[in-house]
Design a protein around this ligand. Structure first.
Ligand code: MN
Length: 286
């Protein structure tokens, strides 16, 4: 199933180029604040799933192109992210002025966090800060791993049981020496979407093709199987430190090919069987 949010907080299921409003079946008021309805749905998925499927079967749906897609899971307890995490990106960053200092290998690099408020959906735009004309802002092609159930000290061999689903994620980053969390937390710096595709529909995630284009040019591509800290290991590592909660997001880290984004660019990210989104880059209002 592909589940997301649209048009001011409605919960939607996407099927055959149509979107079905399942807000009522989810018991979600689209105007709720904080917008945690989807977290509750993910946390009680076995209860909600049959109600949602019944609502889709009884509904007529709207053309997907007629709605504004929002990020599916805007208020997780945590948005964790793995730094670098693909050998080829580690190599391309080596020696750059803004590379992380020291000899920390990706296996030992742990995780960082991005502000939840940096997330946007598939119908929104990446806004580059207008007051930083001398700085570089890069795209990082990543996959969002969305957690489905609470977990602490999850063993590697059980980790995939904790995955609710997957989404495309772009970890937009201002290069520089400031704390990573700040450089990656500007408003709009974390497109996640266009929906969460549930793990049962994705199947084996390790061979999925992850691709990112800027202005039609392929800039990054790899598969989750090439992650240094793999999907299962990332869940084990983060749950050894924190309690993972339903709706938590772990960003996979990125592969080689990162590069600048400028106002006027168009970015496309696609992950097989997960989804695809196209976002314009604009200058943020000062
Ligand atoms: Mn990243």
């Amino acid at each position: 199933m592909k589940i997301t949010r649209f048009d001011g907080g409605h919960i939607g299921v996407v099927k055959d180029d149509k979107i079905y409003d399942v807000s009522a079946a989810c018991g979600v008021d689209p105007g709720e604040w904080p917008p945690v309805g989807i977290v509750k749905v993910i946390g009680s998925w076995e209860t909600f799933r049959p109600k949602i499927e019944a609502a889709v079967n009884a509904g007529t749906g709207k053309p997907l192109s007629s709605v504004k897609l929002q990020t599916p899971d805007p208020w997780p307890n945590k948005l964790l992210a793995l730094p670098s995490n693909f050998r080829d990106h580690h190599e391309e960053m080596r020696g750059r002025s803004y590379a992380t200092p020291g000899g920390v290998t990706d296996e030992a690099a742990g995780f960082f966090m991005k502000a939840n408020s940096s997330m946007i959906g598939a119908s929104e735009a990446i806004a580059v800060p207008a007051d930083k004309p001398d700085r570089e802002f890069h795209h990082e092609c990543e996959m969002a791993i969305v957690i489905g159930k609470r977990g602490r000290h999850v063993p590697v061999e059980k980790a995939l049981d904790y995955v609710f689903g997957y989404a495309c994620l772009i970890d937009v980053t201002m290069r520089g020496k400031e704390e990573r969390v700040m450089r990656k937390s500007y408003e709009t710096f974390c497109p996640v979407g266009p929906w969460i595709t549930t793990a049962d529909e994705v199947g084996d995630p390790f061979g999925l093709k992850m691709q990112l284009w800027v202005n039609g040019q392929l800039r990054q591509h790899s598969t989750p199987g090439m992650m240094i800290v793999g999907i299962r290991e990332a869940i084990a590592m983060s749950s050894a430190v924190t309690t993972l909660e339903p709706g938590d997001i772990i960003a996979s880290g990125t592969m080689a090919g990162v590069g600048p984004l400028k106002p006027g660019d168009e970015v496309v990210i696609e992950i097989d069987r997960v989804g695809k989104m196209t976002l314009p880059v604009v200058a943020a209002k000062a």
